[in-house]
Ligand binder design. Structure first.
Ligand code: NAP
Length: 250
C-alpha cells in the first residue's frame, strides 16, 4: 500500500489555492485540485505539477452544491486513495457595497459559497478521517480571512461575516473531533495579490491599501500557502483549533 499522503484543495485553480497545491505537491503529497469553472487554469497547474514529478488530479465541482461535494470526495477516494488533508479554500467576494444596498440573493450566495461549502467538505472529510468511522485521522485547514476581525465596513460585511462563521466552525469542529485523530486549524490571510479583488470590483485594492499594512506591502499567495502547509503538516502536530494570521501585522 502506498504511504503517500493525499491532499484535497478546494478552489485550487488559482491564487492561494494554486500556490498551496504546488507546495503540497513539492512536499510529496498527491494533490486533488478542485475548481468551479476555470478548467484551463486547473489543467495548466496540473500539467506543471506532473511535469515536476508530482501526482495530481483536477476535479470540477461547485463546493456550494451538496451533490458536487459528495461526487468530489468519492472521486478522490477512487483516483487517489485515503484522504489525509482537506484545505477548505474556495471562496467568493461580491462587488464592494454598503450593507443597506445588499440583496438577500447576494447575501445568500456569499453564505452558501463561503460557509455551507466548508461545512459540507468538513462533513465528508470527517466521515473519512475520523477513527470513529474506522479512519486513520487527518487534518483540515480552513482558509478564513483577516476580514473576520475587521468586519470589512463599506466593502463587504457579508463576506467578513462568512469568514467569522469559518472561525467558529474551526473552533467547534476542532474540539468535536480532537479525540478522533483529526486536527482542524485555520489560516487567516490579509491583503494578498490574487484575482479575487477584481471580483470585488477593485483589481488594484492591495496596492491602494498596502501602506496601511505594518509590513508596508501586500502578501503573496505563496506566503499563505506556507502557513497552510505548516498547519496541515506533522510540524504542527500539537496544534488544533489554531489560528494563524498572515496579514503583515494588520
Ligand atoms: P481567487 O484567486 O479568487 O480564487 C478562488 C478559487 O476558488 C478559484 O480556484 C475558484 O475556481 C474557486 N471557487 C470559487 N467558488 C467556488 C465554488 N463554489 N466551488 C469550487 N471552487 C470555487 O481567490 P484567493 O484570493 O486565492 O482566495 C482563496 C481563499 O483565501 C478564499 O477563501 C478567500 O476568501 C481567502 N482570502 C483571500 C484574501 C486575498 O486577499 N486574496 C484575503 C483573505 C482571505 P474557478 O477558478 O474555477 O472560478
Amino acid at each position: 500500500m502506498s504511504t503517500q499522503k493525499i491532499a484535497l484543495i478546494t478552489g485550487g485553480s488559482r491564487g492561494i489555492g494554486a500556490a498551496t497545491a504546488r507546495l503540497f505537491a513539492k512536499q510529496g503529497y498527491a494533490v486533488a485540485i478542485n475548481y468551479k469553472s476555470n478548467s484551463e487554469a486547473a489543467n495548466k497547474l496540473a500539467e506543471t505539477i506532473t511535469a515536476d514529478g508530482g501526482r495530481c488530479i483536477t476535479i470540477q465541482a461547485d463546493v456550494a452544491s451538496e451533490g458536487d461535494v459528495i461526487r468530489m470526495f468519492s472521486t478522490v477516494d477512487k483516483a487517489l486513495g485515503t484522504l489525509s488533508v482537506l484545505v477548505n479554500n474556495a471562496g467568493i467576494l461580491k462587488k464592494q457595497s454598503r450593507l443597506e444596498d445588499m440583496t438577500a440573493d447576494r447575501i445568500n450566495a456569499i453564505l452558501t459559497n463561503n460557509v455551507t461549502s466548508y461545512f459540507l467538505c468538513c462533513r465528508e472529510a470527517v466521515k473519512r478521517m475520523s477513527t470513529r468511522h474506522g479512519g486513520l485521522g487527518g487534518v483540515i485547514v480552513n482558509v478564513s480571512s483577516g476580514a473576520a476581525r475587521s468586519g470589512s465596513p463599506n466593502e463587504y460585511i457579508d463576506y467578513a461575516a462568512s469568514k467569522g462563521a469559518i472561525d467558529t466552525l474551526t473552533k467547534g469542529l476542532s474540539l468535536e473531533v480532537a479525540a478522533e485523530g483529526i486536527r482542524v486549524n485555520c489560516v487567516r490571510p490579509g491583503l494578498i495579490y490574487t484575482d479575487m479583488h477584481a471580483d470585488g470590483g477593485e483589481p488594484e485594492r492591495v496596492e491602494r491599501l498596502k501602506n496601511m499594512i505594518p509590513l508596508q506591502r501586500g502578501g503573496q499567495p505563496e506566503e499563505v500557502a506556507e502557513a497552510i502547509y505548516w498547519s496541515a503538516s506533522d510540524k504542527s502536530s500539537f496544534s488544533t483549533g489554531n489560528f494563524l494570521d498572515i496579514t503583515g501585522g494588520l
